[in-house]
Design a protein around this ligand. Structure first.
Ligand code: NAI
Length: 213
């Protein structure tokens, strides 16, 4: 993830969570919230919140708190959630189909425009609401539709090769679920490697320490 002016990298990592909480508050009709209230809600310290959010200027005022709607829009703009970037899924197995069906791309600045698999038997069937196409069609599809983001849900061994192919087709960002830490030697390409197993180990680490400290 790229750095945004004045915000630390861990601060940027927290932005999606602020965005989610502020979105909920906005839905509930809350117009403003103090850093203390927000900190209680999000289980962060008030000073951490002030440090993270003061970079956005104008939305937090002494004695007033944060303007929920304004801050929500500003964080959404910084995250790029106000865009509609063409997104494709590569690999329509269990995971690819689950992502196609259950991730709301639209509210996160993305638009799912294609799902691809190397297995011809899957082609023509649905992943969520999207018809699965064969990866042979990638070149023509990308030239016509200019997707920017690829979600990789394929086995480890095939990941680097397909990523390199997609970079040559103009893809700029990879949400990579394959068990392979994708590294692309281009400065202008973004990669987010996701390992649910790592998250589980973070939990088991915490569980391991329960009652021992
Ligand atoms: P799956 O076997 O159900 O599906 C994989 C699909 O990828 C198949 O349909 C296959 O035809 C397709 N495929 C293989 N090579 C391809 C290529 N070069 N181009 C296009 N399609 C290709 O596997 P599942 O359960 O969907 O998992 C997919 C990958 O994600 C696996 O490598 C798995 O280990 C990994 N995974 C990662 C998780 C994470 O937290 N990062 C969680 C669960 C799975």
């Amino acid at each position: 993830m790229s750095k945004s002016k004045g915000i630390s990298n861990p601060g940027i990592r927290r932005l999606p969570r602020y965005y989610r909480f502020l979105g909920e508050l906005k839905k509930q009709g809350v117009e403003r919230i103090s850093s203390r209230e927000l900190s209680a809600l999000m289980n962060l310290t008030a000073s951490q919140i002030r440090q993270d959010l003061n970079c956005f200027g104008g939305f937090g005022q002494q004695g007033y708190g944060y303007n929920v709607s304004g801050l929500y829009s500003e964080i959404g703009r910084i995250l790029g959630a106000d865009k509609s970037r063409g997104t494709i899924i590569i690999g329509a197995g269990n995971l690819g189909r689950a992502i196609a069906a259950h991730i709301n791309f639209d509210t996160r600045g993305c638009r799912l425009i294609g799902v691809f698999d190397a297995d011809r038997q899957l082609c023509g069937t649905l992943a969520g609401k999207t018809v699965i196409r064969h990866t042979d069609e990638l070149e023509v599809f990308c030239n016509e539709n200019k997707p920017e983001i690829a979600v990789l849900c394929i086995p480890k061994a095939n990941t680097q090769e397909i990523a390199d192919r997609l970079v040559s087709l103009g893809l700029k960002a990879f949400w990579n679920f394959s068990h392979y830490d994708l590294s692309i030697d281009h400065e202008d390409i973004a990669v987010e490697n996701v390992h649910l197993g790592d998250s589980l180990l973070t939990l088991t680490y915490a569980a391991e320490r329960l009652g021992t400290e």
